[in-house]
Design a protein around this ligand. Structure first.
Ligand SMILES: *[C@@H]1O[C@H](CO)[C@@H](O)[C@H](O)[C@H]1NC(C)=O
Ligand SMILES: *[C@@H]1O[C@H](CO)[C@@H](O)[C@H](O)[C@H]1NC(C)=O
Ligand SMILES: *[C@@H]1O[C@H](CO)[C@@H](O)[C@H](O)[C@H]1NC(C)=O
Ligand SMILES: *[C@@H]1O[C@H](CO)[C@@H](O)[C@H](O)[C@H]1NC(C)=O
Ligand SMILES: *[C@@H]1O[C@H](CO)[C@@H](O)[C@H](O)[C@H]1NC(C)=O
Ligand SMILES: *[C@@H]1O[C@H](CO)[C@@H](O)[C@H](O)[C@H]1NC(C)=O
Length: 338
């Protein structure tokens, strides 16, 4: 069904391109936007340099080794060891991190949980028979692009993630900008999944659909697969909620069936980019952290989303945000402004 909708959309798009070719070149800008475009072109631009006072200049090899040290610890089972340390010595106390498909994360303890605890999948490796996740465990990596300057590393890394839910390993490419403080700890990181992420998620769902079809002996469509997975995830998240989020301060749902109902009928499954929005996929991410610090993470899997599984900020506010504040990073004051 999805495929058909996309094809129809592409046809409509190419028809409008044909239709617009009859207009003259001069009208290619929407009229009321044209003056603003001209204004933008004419505005003064000034280069403001990065303030790197108090930072250290590493050699290229030193930064490469720092990057490698982080990645070695990101791979299972080392990530579980880091997660158990609570405050990873690889991260600065005031580390700021952003991951495009989720959110922003402040401080060493929270980042230790999200960078290491999350992918160690501690919840699903436990003994709870209801535990279920679509997250993968990183098992290998290869740095495919790398450039370093002063204390910044820009890299692209191909990871192999094992997805227990479909019993398969899928490669994922992730791009990162990392900044290291003078102690060699990561003080800022900006991670983006490439455009292949959507394809990876689609592949995951298609593979699940195929495996389900084989198991059921009949065709299980993609929407049916999503419904099935949403039910499995809801059961897992609710089991975690009922086990760890107890007492008046932490309780999120009245009981397991109200929880299940909420997550299957009042919460959407989520798109590939919505792992930090009001979705079941977001609560799947956060269920992994609940056993570590229930007081902090219970609200994230509850109906409110606790500021992490919510539908704000908007797309534009997310992209326009200048999140990094520790000191000047690679935007704003390292670039042309005005
Ligand atoms: C640069 O950063 C240092 C340390 O954070 C600060 O003391 C100094 O005032 C900054 N300089 C400028 C020009 O902003
Ligand atoms: C680091 O290198 C930059 C660029 O060469 C230079 O401007 C800066 O003074 C150096 N900083 C230190 C602490 O050596
Ligand atoms: C981790 O760091 C936080 C903040 O610095 C601190 O409050 C907490 O006690 C630390 N936890 C451990 C186990 O070191
Ligand atoms: C997972 O896949 C491997 C082959 O890649 C197979 O040997 C194994 O039996 C599968 N496990 C399950 C539980 O299906
Ligand atoms: C669960 O909570 C809902 C909503 O309060 C209630 O209607 C239902 O009876 C409860 N179910 C059980 C088994 O306690
Ligand atoms: C860049 O510097 C200018 C002038 O010093 C300041 O007004 C602006 O807020 C800075 N921008 C960022 C993104 O830090």
């Amino acid at each position: 069904m999805k495929v058909i909708v996309i094809v129809v959309g592409a046809l409509a798009c190419s028809m409008s391109v044909l239709a617009s070719s009859q207009y003259q070149q001069a009208s290619r800008f929407v009229p009321h936007l044209a003056p603003r475009f001209a204004e933008h072109q004419a505005s003064h631009k000034a280069l403001v340099t990065r303030n790197d006072s108090g930072e250290k200049n590493f050699t290229h090899n030193e930064i490469f080794n720092l990057q490698k040290k982080f990645l070695d610890n990101f791979i299972a089972p080392n990530n579980a060891i880091q997660a158990k340390s609570i405050n990873s010595s690889l991260l600065a106390d005031d580390v700021q991190g952003r991951v495009d498909i989720t959110r922003t994360f402040d401080g060493r303890e929270l980042n230790t949980e999200y960078l290491f605890g999350l992918f160690a999948n501690l919840v699903t490796s436990g003994t709870d028979p209801d535990a279920f996740s679509l997250l993968g465990i990183p098992t290998a990596y290869e740095i495919t692009h790398f450039a370093a300057s002063q204390n910044i590393a820009s890299a692209s890394t191909r990871f192999q993630f094992f997805f227990q839910a479909i019993n398969a390993t899928i490669p994922l490419q992730i791009q990162t900008w990392n900044v290291f403080n003078p102690a060699g700890e990561i003080s800022m990181y900006d991670a983006t999944f490439t455009g292949w992420w959507q394809w990876a998620v689609d592949l995951l769902l298609q593979t699940a659909s195929q495996k389900l079809s084989v198991a059921e002996g009949k065709t299980v469509s993609l929407p049916e697969t999503e419904t099935y997975l949403q039910g499995k995830l809801a059961t897992s998240i609710c089991s975690t909620a009922q086990k760890y989020c107890v007492g008046p301060q932490l309780q999120q749902y009245q009981n397991a069936s109200q929880c299940f109902n909420y997550l299957t009928t009042q919460t959407r499954f989520g798109e590939a980019y919505e792992l930090g929005r009001n979705t079941v996929l977001c609560r799947m991410v956060h269920q992994n952290m609940v056993p570590i610090r229930p007081a902090v993470h219970c609200p994230h899997i509850g109906p409110s989303g606790g500021g992490y599984c919510v539908d704000t900020p908007s797309y534009a506010d997310t992209v326009d945000a200048n999140y990094f504040s520790n000191y000047k990073f690679a935007y704003g004051n390292g670039s042309l402004t005005g």
